[in-house]
Write a protein that binds this ligand. Structure first.
Ligand SMILES: [Fe+2]
Ligand SMILES: [Fe+2]
Length: 140
């Protein structure tokens, strides 16, 4: 597979993950009960906006690169209870950081400077989400 096709495929995996996260956070915010749950609702609903921005950017970029963006979300687990939810989210955010960094390196190799930097920025967003989740988990 050519390098560009490989990048498009990787970005489509990222996109499916973003759509999955938008749905997962919306779903989890509805299932977050109690005092800590209220706080989690606020945070997740705010983070959904970031993930939606990531999904929008990836959709545009995949089309720019000549690919066909996915519209199906990646499926996700639905653990019960705040702590299990947050631990899943933390694990997923960390995976997103790694994927964006890997694809940023691919974009760099292809000389796609803007894409490289945007993917790094998105990796930083996800790392920020992970940091916030870690703080929440510590308090549970
Ligand atoms: Fe994201
Ligand atoms: Fe995130």
């Amino acid at each position: 597979m050519a390098r560009k096709e490989e990048l498009i495929e990787g970005l489509n995996e990222d996109l499916a993950a973003e759509w999955g996260t938008v749905i997962r956070y919306t779903y989890q915010s509805a299932k977050a009960f109690g005092l800590a749950g209220e706080e989690l609702r606020e945070i997740l609903q705010e983070e959904v906006q970031d993930e939606l921005g990531h999904a929008t950017f990836l959709t545009d970029v995949i089309i720019d690169l000549g690919g066909e963006p996915v519209t199906e979300p990646k499926s996700f687990q639905k653990p019960e209870g705040l702590k299990a939810m947050l631990e899943l989210d933390l694990q997923m955010e960390k995976g997103d950081v790694d994927n964006y960094m890997a694809h940023s390196n691919m974009a760099d190799e292809l000389g796609l400077v803007e894409l490289k930097m945007k993917l790094e920025e998105m990796a930083a967003d996800e790392a920020g989400h992970a940091r916030q989740l870690r703080r929440l988990i510590r308090g549970l």
